[in-house]
Design a protein around this ligand. Structure first.
Ligand code: GCW
Length: 728
């Protein structure tokens, strides 16, 4: 062995044995040295690497295999042109590997007809007297995805002797939306600054960009929108295009394409035109030229993501045009290059005083069928805004002639920022499994977005996650928030995966494989979202956070620029009860759902209690299924949320032996913060709502620690993720 290799191996072993402090930078790709019987069997099943003809992507796959297998098994694997022994790992495409091409002809690599452009198969078979594993795909990127899958099997201690895996993504565009500004602040970002160091780009390429692409590829994430949907007009100027182009070059081997946010008024601000009217020929020409300019620099550019006529952003309605006019103009500009437009449905009119939950539906449903083929509407999971719990957005199932993609928020704007341990897969799963009844039973949101309910043939499908990534060493601001990036990627590949399976996989890869660790931690993760719902917004309450920065409770928030930015608008608490009447007697938002769903939500007896106060205004003494009054149940839920967090703390306290001290300590400290803040949410909410209910707390339940004035007076001028706000 050459000296260098020996040194490398020694370094690997030191790293693998945990002698190095763990700071979370390695995410779920830690590849620490295994031990025991399974290691022996892995060492027999993976003994050499047989690559196809090199390409940028296959080189990445090869180095990942070497790194992963080397780290997990503590050995350097020889690379060979042919299988020379049992335990060859052969990878490539029929085009890049004569072996795979032959196996395909033999039928041994059969199944590639089911894997499309990005899928893969992993199979154990006999080849010329040797037991080998093939990782085969139609395109190089599928080989890379298959490689990560194969490594995941080892990382999660699965047997690898008799593999027969066929996997292909159910969703085409699996993208991360970064709300990153050009000054490196991140809107609703809780993990430090933006990872994009715009000032040093394009000349300096931080190695983090490669690690980012690698982490994305390990999950199958294939697109990134590096800039905020609240877009700067400068974002599409030439110097910035060059910066994106340099990032695109880094990402390309990993299959991650760049898309850009477009500010609708850019033709005026950076093009010097008098208007941005989408029907104006000069405006159309400006966008076509801009698209041509981008494609000359980034040939695989994905297209534009647009927030228009929403929260003060410019848009086609400024010129009395429709969303379809605006989207179609941009779609026309990128169409010759194969690009798409992701047009956001998160709109609510500045003027209309109607229920905010109804506005996207009201604006978009009349436009169904009016969008060009390469437009996809990007719809948030719920009709308000990434709350701890919302019913699914009524647009899903209501626009049969328009492709809809799902937008989820990975960053926890409304779920305690980075310090609350809230595993979001159950929230994502709840949306994906919600049944729209658009075409009868089993018309789930997952089926709407993966195109299987489509009445108009194949079309673009997609899932976007608002990224929680920043410059913090551990990427996401907390170790457990890595799981939310992970879960988003896994669900975008396969929306049928379960939260529990994803959690178990992630825990094993990120922390420890020990069952005595995995079981309690998975339990903690699975209960964590419900805990947050309980201590923040139980029984269907929503939008109850403080006005500025969305940090902490603020159920008393009222007044200000617009009613639908306040808490009182949403909770409607008064002496008679609490909750937003969205039935016929109120805003009638229920009518936007298909009759089956609407009937259930509108009926006080049948509405799931988790959505009770979302759809109904209910008296304080209303009896719930538990037999308790609404008031008692609220207090009990808030309290239970806090208790669950205390439970999480004590679970974690017993697990120190399984985790490196550095990560253990940070998780412990954050859980303590979460417990304190959960109690703050409970106490402040009870103190406020009690002024209306005028009822005592149920026996045995402690009163809030402070009076209401205390909570109302709390003010935090510097909250991460939003501009500073002076206290009055
Ligand atoms: O969730 C809300 C946020 C805004 C955000 C907006 C949106 C990017 O509070 O910060 O703006 O939604 O999704 O456009």
């Amino acid at each position: 062995m050459r000296l260098l290799s020996r040194l490398l191996l020694a370094a690997l072993i030191i790293a693998a044995t945990g002698a190095r402090a763990e700071d979370g930078y390695d995410l779920w790709l830690r590849y620490r040295l295994m031990s025991g019987e399974l290691l022996k069997s892995y060492r027999e099943s993976a003994r050499e690497i047989v690559p196809g003809t090199p390409s940028a992507t296959l080189n990445v796959a090869q180095s990942e295999l070497a790194r992963g297998l080397g780290g997990l098994m503590g050995m350097e694997l020889p690379v060979s042109a042919q299988p020379t022994r049992d335990g060859s790992v052969i990878f490539g495409t029929p085009a890049s590997s004569a072996l795979i091409a032959r196996l395909k002809l033999d039928g041994a690599a059969g199944g590639l007809d089911r894997t499309g452009n990005e899928g893969y198969l992993i199979r154990s078979l006999g080849y010329e007297g040797h037991r080998v594993t093939i990782i085969a795909a139609n395109a190089d990127i599928g080989v890379l995805y298959g490689t990560f899958h194969f490594l995941r099997l080892l990382q999660t201690h699965q047997p690898i002797e008799h593999l027969d895996v066929v996997s292909a993504p159910r969703i085409q565009r699996r993208v991360l939306d970064h709300w990153d500004n050009l000054d490196r602040t991140v809107e609703r970002g809780y993990a430090g600054q933006s990872i994009w160091d715009w000032h040093k780009l394009p000349d300096y390429l931080d190695p983090r960009y490669t690690d980012y692409a690698r982490a994305c590829a390990s999950l199958g994430i294939n697109g990134t929108i590096p800039t905020n949907v609240n877009a700067s007009p400068i974002g599409l100027t030439r110097p910035y295009l060059q910066k994106y182009a340099s990032l695109a070059d880094v990402f390309r081997p990993y299959g991650v394409r760049i898309y850009l946010t477009a500010r609708f008024s850019a033709p005026i601000e950076s093009g010097g035109l008098k208007t941005a009217d989408p029907l104006d020929p000069a405006v159309r020409a400006w966008w076509r030229a801009k698209a041509d300019e981008i494609y000359a620099l980034i040939p695989d550019f994905g297209g534009f993501l647009v927030k228009a006529n929403s929260e003060g952003q410019p848009g086609p309605q400024d010129y009395s045009r429709t969303h379809a006019d605006g989207a179609n103009m941009l779609a026309e500009a990128v169409a010759p290059h194969g690009g798409i437009i992701m047009w956001r449905a998160f709109v609510y009119s500045q003027n209309q005083p109607d229920d905010r939950a109804k506005q996207a539906y009201a604006e978009f449903v009349p436009l169904d069928g009016k969008f060009r083929d390469n437009v996809v509407l990007q719809v948030k999971n719920g009709p308000i805004d990434f709350q701890p719990r919302e019913p699914f957005h009524p647009l899903f199932g209501a626009m049969p002639r328009t492709p809809l993609m799902l937008e989820l928020q990975i960053t926890k704007e409304y779920l305690g920022f980075a310090t609350h341990l809230v595993y979001l897969a159950p929230l994502f799963e709840e949306t994906l499994r919600s049944d729209t009844y658009a075409k009868g039973p089993d018309s789930t949101v997952a089926k709407v977005i993966d195109g299987s309910l489509s009445g108009h043939g194949p079309h673009t499908t997609g899932m976007a996650g608002v990224a929680n990534i920043g410059s913090d060493r551990n990427w996401t601001g907390s170790h457990f928030d890595q799981a939310n990036w992970y879960a988003f990627g896994r669900l975008a590949w396969d929306p049928a995966l379960t939260s529990a399976d994803i959690a178990a996989e992630w825990v094993k890869m990120t922390f420890s494989i020990e069952p005595a660790f995995v079981a309690p931690v998975v339990g903690m993760m699975l209960g964590s979202r419900e805990a947050a719902v309980e201590y923040m917004t139980p029984l269907g309450l929503h939008h109850q956070m403080s006005r500025h920065g969305h940090y902490g409770p603020g159920p008393w928030v009222g007044g200000g620029a617009r009613a639908d930015w306040t808490s009182v608008y949403f909770n409607r608490a008064d002496a008679g009860g609490i909750g937003f009447d969205r039935t016929k007697t109120g805003s009638n938002a229920v009518a936007q759902y298909t009759p089956h769903v609407a009937g259930q939500f509108a009926d006080l007896k049948r509405v799931p209690e988790k959505y009770l106060l979302w759809f109904h205004h209910v008296p304080w003494d209303y009896r719930l299924s538990s037999g308790r009054t609404l008031w008692d149940e609220l207090v009990i839920d808030y309290t239970q949320g806090v208790q669950r967090v205390s439970g999480m703390r004590s679970t974690w306290a017993g697990l120190a032996a399984f985790v490196d001290p550095e990560r253990y300590a940070q998780v412990s400290a954050f859980l303590a913060i979460q417990e304190k803040e959960a109690k703050w949410w409970r106490d402040a909410s009870i103190a406020y709502f009690q002024t209306f209910s005028q009822r005592p707390l149920p026996a045995g339940y402690e009163p809030p620690e402070h009076d209401l004035q205390y909570y109302e007076a709390l003010c935090f001028p510097y909250v991460p993720g939003s501009a500073p706000q002076p206290c009055q």
